[in-house]
Design a protein around this ligand. Structure first.
Ligand code: KIV
Length: 290
């Protein structure tokens, strides 16, 4: 049985997301870092994010801070070649939107030229000037508030944000500033559910939660988390719908065992010569060095 609503076949655009917010339709967003994840997720979700989480998820980095424009571009191009219907958002990596408006526009514009529909960048009021500069250049921007992984050092680790009245009010002010600066949607990460609910009911743009409770306009989870492809600690907000790591760990040794005992490949998995060529090569003997 298909779990895909019939109307999901239309190409997802920014105006469509605005319409869905008004209709109260929830949206699903996941990450894609390569052609395989994009091919699987593109027909099934509304937004694909080439997240800078590629750093920890795929590149073995400890956090997202070392992720560069070059790394992001490499992964974005693979996803852009594969995606057909989901809105494609590319994450602006650390230091790619901090230095000057010109540098920020060039970096974000480069992502659009590589096939992204929009960019996402982390931060609140401090980033409003850069967001306005991008929106003025027709570059759609998704905001990202709450726990922002590029601030992991300042925040002192992976910690839930907005837990005091002052922090919660600052987050609501930031959310409103980002909407007024022209963001078309907002990721809310690692904040109390009640705070995300308040932001969602007061903003006109969709909110997309991760560790932000059930009341957001949509949810985002890293592709590898949804499919259980990561190993080790699973944050509280992750629900895995498959145990992908275990499935692959079970499959690969079965293949290796078949290789070792000679049962792979079989005749059906091999190419055969025509009969007359077979006789010719059977008669052949090495002529030795000339
Ligand atoms: O990089 C990423 O994957 C993200 C999401 C978790 C929102 O920013």
């Amino acid at each position: 049985m298909s779990h895909i609503p019939s109307s999901i076949s239309e190409r997802v655009t920014i105006p469509i997301l605005g319409r869905w917010k008004k209709e109260g339709r929830r949206l699903a967003m996941t990450t894609a870092y390569d052609a395989v994840s994009a091919r699987i997720a593109d027909p099934l979700v509304d937004i694909l994010l080439v997240g800078d989480s590629v750093g920890n998820v795929c590149l073995g980095l400890e956090n997202t801070l070392p992720v560069s424009m070059a790394m992001m571009s490499h992964h974005l191009e693979a996803v852009a070649r594969t995606r057909h219907r989901a809105l494609l958002v590319a994450d602006m990596p650390f230091l790619s939107f901090h230095l000057s408006a010109e540098d920020t526009i060039r970096n974000a514009g480069g992502f659009l030229q590589r096939g992204a529909d929009a960019v996402k960048l982390e931060g609140g009021a401090k980033r409003v000037q850069m967001i306005r500069a991008l929106v003025d250049c027709e570059i759609p921007v998704m905001g990202h508030l709450g726990f922002t992984p590029q601030s992991v050092t300042v925040m002192g680790g992976y910690k839930v944000q907005g837990r005091t009245a002052a922090d919660a009010l600052r987050l609501l002010e930031d959310a409103y500033s980002l909407q007024e600066a022209g963001c078309f949607a907002l990721v809310l990460e690692g904040i109390p559910a009640e705070l995300a609910a308040r932001a969602t009911e007061t903003l006109a743009i969709p909110t997309i939660g991760i560790g932000a409770g059930p009341s957001c306009s949509g949810q985002v989870l890293v592709f590898h988390d949804v499919l259980g492809l990561t190993k080790g600690h699973r944050p509280k907000f992750v629900r895995a719908y498959a145990e992908g790591f275990g499935i692959l760990q079970d499959a690969l040794p079965r293949w290796a065992a078949d290789v070792r005992d000679g049962s792979f490949p079989g005749a059906d998995e091999s190419y055969q010569l025509p009969h007359d060529c077979g006789e010719a090569i059977a008669r052949w003997t090495p002529s030795g060095p000339k």
